[in-house]
Design a protein around this ligand. Structure first.
Ligand SMILES: Nc1nc2c(c(=O)[nH]1)N=C([C@H](O)[C@H](O)COP(=O)(O)OP(=O)(O)OP(=O)(O)O)CN2
Ligand SMILES: [Zn+2]
Length: 126
């Protein structure tokens, strides 16, 4: 793919990672200001020179606000909410709900738990 764009979305949420040993700090309830970065690609541009209009990505903002913002992620998701699992979950939602409506493909979803920690899911390309 020749062109790429990215857009970041933030939300605040609480979680814990119950599979970790009890003495691991992340097994206890705590919170993050998450940043979700999506990267989209296209072989060619659509007028006026877009991979896709950033505005077309707004449904992801609504999804994150409606399902995750100021929520306890362990309660609202059926996955253990590591950054890796969140990135995969968001990629699957985006591919099902947004990708069919835009002229671009989702390449990666990166989830930042903090300015120093992130995980990325790379979507398998056909
Ligand atoms: N590979 C992963 N490792 C960890 C994850 C994760 O999602 N994927 N998550 C956590 C915890 O959620 C924890 O809150 C974050 O851990 P960490 O970055 O180690 O802690 P701090 O934010 O306090 O950063 P410091 O650099 O230690 O100050 C744990 N690991
Ligand atoms: Zn955490």
């Amino acid at each position: 793919m020749s062109y790429r764009i990215g857009k970041c979305f933030t939300f605040d949420a609480a979680h814990c990672l119950p599979s970790l040993p009890a003495d691991h700090k992340c097994s206890r309830l705590h919170g993050h200001t998450y940043t979700v970065e999506v990267v989209l690609a296209a072989e060619s541009l659509t007028p006026p020179g877009f991979v896709t209009d950033f505005g077309e990505l707004r449904p992801l903002r609504h999804y994150l606000d409606a399902t995750m913002d100021h929520q306890y992620l362990n309660k609202v998701l059926d996955i253990e909410p590591t950054s890796e699992n969140l990135a995969c979950h968001i990629a699957e939602w985006f591919r099902k709900n947004v990708e069919p409506t835009i002229p671009a493909r989702l390449e990666t979803v990166r989830v930042h738990e903090s300015p120093t920690s992130w995980a990325e899911y790379e979507v398998p390309q056909p």
